[in-house]
Design a protein around this ligand. Structure first.
Ligand SMILES: Cc1cc2nc3c(=O)[nH]c(=O)nc-3n(C[C@H](O)[C@H](O)[C@H](O)COP(=O)(O)OP(=O)(O)OC[C@H]3O[C@@H](n4cnc5c(N)ncnc54)[C@H](O)[C@@H]3O)c2cc1C
Length: 500
């Protein structure tokens, strides 16, 4: 029987950094991935002459070499920074509405404030108040929570204590009176999966803060380049990776990890497993039911699955400016939707005028697509459950009907897109289910309601001895959090090994 110090299940962001983090410390690590390439969400695929980015719209937490953010420091410690080229995006985002309204916010606090003041002069004071509060909150959060102040108090951290558990819309309602301004400020909910009436202000403030302070980035070669760089480093440190090799079973005896069995039937002995598969999959499919510790299902039962996504990947035979696309990150929004209507939209299959993020990487990186072409990735969030009820015989017609609606929506802002399409591909929640193996194709793990937010998250260590998690299912979702989750899972395993 083969034997390893540790086995990592899944080569998504968390699995990759966990395996590289363990291998560079000299552990004999096996990385098992069901798909034929590394990355999970952080991958690309080719159609015709285009290589399409699957997931990454804006990488957070990078910062610059002069002012490095937490992710830059983590990637540097893995030794992959020099193998990658990062492209800074000048804008936070641009918002477009069918009535012709358009506003672009630069990725800089002072500029955001002055752009908004110019558009909403009657809200000048409120705008300053909002961003000052966001920064105060984020700085208090970093000091108290991330740098683990041993004696936090209400006096030391007034904004943190006052706003940590408030939904984002309550805070905005207190500060702003113009509903359009509130809606413009809310669009980043699309990166977190919950509209502002359900989303904790903590996430909202931190997201604005990291993008404004450390700037949004893309990666030359897309997120696949990042995934490849981490795998290569892992292999260089002596790690072993197998693709097209899913894990069928985690062997647990007397509450402790003994090994794994692959879908090919190979038995592998190990005392440590880091699972990048969802917590739901790990406990309901991989571990025998009688070995699942008490309380695990009760804890998971109190949580809900995040939405999945409907995405169109389109390659055009022209440059972005010929299509009228002048910004990398574009939110297409409808100003009349309330937060409850947004939830309803996510629960239906049909696509109409819901919030959509359309990224055109070629705007900030002209070499992203072949010369004279460009590509977009347009996403709207959809829960997986209604898609699972579609009879298989109708799946393709529903999928292409939705793609047609999405295209018509894009045409309301960029009218010339249709006549320049060279390649198009569509991903539905069922696609994410198939490629990631996550229940309902959920792309942001469990929903991050206030009760499930960063303040209450369970640790990366399962009650099963030797089992750790590294993914967006324990902790926060997104590239930065999952890449860092893998590194902290590796540290937890190393700590445990050193203490034995
Ligand atoms: C359309 C889309 C847009 C996004 N945009 C952004 C963005 O702009 N910015 C941002 O920060 N985040 C974004 N995200 C979110 C981000 O991509 C994810 O949060 C993150 O990549 C998840 O990483 P993870 O470590 O949880 O692993 P995942 O990417 O979920 O991968 C899990 C891996 O485990 C493997 N696996 C599962 N079961 C098994 C098994 N039994 N055996 C072996 N392997 C298994 C799967 O095949 C998969 O490779 C986006 C996601 C999507 C889908």
């Amino acid at each position: 029987m083969e034997k390893y110090d540790a086995v990592v299940i899944g080569a998504g962001n968390g699995g990759l950094t966990a395996s590289a983090g363990l291998a560079r410390k000299g552990l004999n690590v096996l990385l098992l991935e069901r798909h034929n390439i590394p990355g999970g969400c952080a991958t690309s695929f080719c159609r015709g002459r285009f290589e399409f980015e699957v997931a990454l719209h804006q990488l957070s937490g990078m910062g610059t070499p002069e002012k490095p953010g937490p992710l830059r420091m983590s990637l540097a410690s893995l030794g992959v920074l020099d193998d990658l080229e990062f492209v800074e995006m000048p804008d936070l985002y641009s918002v477009s509405m069918p009535d012709g309204f358009r506003l672009t916010l630069k990725a800089d606090k002072n500029q955001v404030v002055s752009e908004l003041e110019e558009k909403f002069p009657h809200e000048k004071e409120a705008i300053n108040k909002f961003f000052d509060l966001t920064y105060q909150y984020a700085n208090e959060m970093l000091a108290a929570f991330f740098f683990k102040d041993p004696s936090p108090s209400r006096e030391k951290y007034p904004a943190l204590y006052k706003y940590a558990f408030k939904p984002a819309n309550e805070v905005m309602d207190d500060i702003f009176s113009d509903p359009l301004l509130k809606n413009l400020m809310s669009v980043y909910w699309g990166y977190l999966g919950l509209p502002s009436n359900r989303l904790s202000f903590a996430y909202f403030a931190m997201l604005f803060f990291v993008y404004m302070e450390f700037k949004p980035f893309h990666i030359k070669g897309g997120s696949q380049a990042l995934s490849n760089a981490i795998v290569n480093k892992f292999l260089l440190h002596g790690g072993t990776a197998r693709f097209n090799c899913g894990v069928k079973k985690i062997i647990v005896e007397n509450g402790a990890i003994q090994g794994v069995i692959t879908e090919d039937g190979d038995h592998i002995e190990t005392k440590y497993v880091v699972s990048n598969a969802s917590q739901v999959t790990t406990y309901t499919q991989l571990v025998d039911p009688e070995e699942v510790p008490e309380g695990v299902f009760r804890e998971m039962g109190g949580r809900s699955l995040s939405p999945s996504a409907f995405t169109m990947f389109i390659g055009f035979d022209c440059e972005p400016n010929e299509l009228g696309i002048t910004e990398t990150t574009n939110f297409l929004m409808n100003n009349s939707h309330t937060a409850d209507e947004i939830i309803k939209c996510m629960h239906r299959v049909h696509i109409d005028d819901e919030l959509m993020v359309l990224s055109c990487y070629d705007v900030s990186d002209p070499d992203f697509s072949p010369s004279g072409t460009c590509q977009i990735n347009a996403v709207t969030l959809k829960y997986g459950e209604p898609w699972m009820r579609i009879p298989p015989a109708q799946y393709h017609s529903v999928k292409y009907r939705c793609a047609e609606s999405m295209l018509r929506r894009i045409e309301t802002i960029f009218p010339d897109v249709r006549k320049h399409i060279e390649e198009a591909e569509v991903a539905t929640p069922l696609t994410h289910m198939r490629y990631l193996g996550h229940p309902n194709g959920a792309i942001y793990g469990f929903e991050q309601h206030t009760k499930d937010s960063m303040f209450f998250q369970p640790g990366r260590h399962s009650p099963i001895e030797g089992l750790y998690f590294a993914s967006g299912w324990i902790g926060d979702c997104g590239f930065q959090p999952t890449l860092q989750a893998g590194m902290s899972a590796a540290k937890s395993v190393l700590r445990k090994l050193n203490s034995n």
